[in-house]
Write a protein that binds this ligand. Structure first.
Ligand code: ZN
Length: 167
């Protein structure tokens, strides 16, 4: 990436106020404790079925770098599913270009697909979004999205998998 591009990207992030996710997560050395994990999988099980990047995001609440994931600039028609459990999470017709560098949606596929959690990490108060089925970390939801909801689900590409719907 050229320096000019980096500067412009940084300015865009500041301008759009979307840099909340652009934080480096601290890697904990302790095993991650999973509470209310509906999938009944151990961390070893998850390590076997997820790529290292998927594991870092879904199970360790990691964040991918802006503009680095597969789906921030992805415009196909289909369903975005959880990379951990394949549960349907978002539809392509609710996806919008937020300028943040992460795939962004104005609503989830239904009310029970995702769960919200208060997140006070990194000196910010945010609303974390997890998959309701496997509790995997997906990203955060903010109140600066477009109509009709005014919400912006800011999701890591590494937490989701796209499935095309053929017309
Ligand atoms: Zn899931």
């Amino acid at each position: 990436m050229k320096l000019g591009t980096i500067i412009i990207s940084t300015l865009l992030l500041i301008q759009f106020g979307c840099n909340a996710q652009n934080q480096t997560q601290q890697v904990t050395e302790k095993p991650v404790e999973i509470k209310n994990n509906n999938m009944k999988k151990t961390e070893e099980d998850w390590k076997k079925i997820l790529t290292p990047e998927q594991y870092r995001i879904l199970r360790e609440k990691g964040t991918e770098r802006a503009f680095s994931g597969s789906y921030w600039n992805h415009h196909e028609v289909g369903i975005y599913k959880c990379a951990g459990c394949q549960s349907p999470l978002f539809l392509s017709d609710t996806k919008f270009d937020s300028g943040c560098g992460w795939p962004s949606y104005f609503k989830a596929i239904n009310d029970s697909a995702v769960k919200e959690h208060l997140d006070k990490s990194h000196g910010m108060i945010r609303t974390e979004i997890t998959c309701a089925k496997c509790e995997g970390h997906l990203g955060h939801v903010f109140n600066d999205g477009p109509p009709p909801t005014g919400l912006r689900y800011c999701i890591n590409s590494g937490a989701i998998i796209f499935e095309e719907i053929k017309p």
